[in-house]
Design a protein around this ligand. Structure first.
Ligand code: SF4
Ligand code: SF4
Length: 69
């Protein structure tokens, strides 16, 4: 039986690389690759507080439901 889990998703087309989400994350779950401009998300560190979503001025972050086997 599969179970549903909520994860953070990032839309690079809407990201301005302002670091707002990274600054708000108390768990260090978000990092930005400066060279390639890619936001990385460590789900094991995330406590789903949604501070990063509230901090994002462009709506580049949202929550997605994934199904795990
Ligand atoms: S939901 Fe909270 S813990 Fe998870 S990445 Fe965003 S700010 Fe960090
Ligand atoms: S707060 Fe939003 S726009 Fe800024 S770096 Fe994070 S995802 Fe990108």
């Amino acid at each position: 039986m599969s179970r549903q889990r909520e994860v953070l998703a990032w839309n690079p087309e809407h990201c301005r690389h302002c670091f707002g989400c990274i600054a708000m994350c108390v768990r260090g779950a978000l990092t930005l690759d400066h060279e390639h401009g890619v936001l990385s998300y460590n789900i094991r560190k995330c406590i789903r507080c949604n501070s990063c979503l509230r901090a994002c001025p462009t709506g580049a972050l949202h929550v997605e439901a994934v199904h795990e086997a």
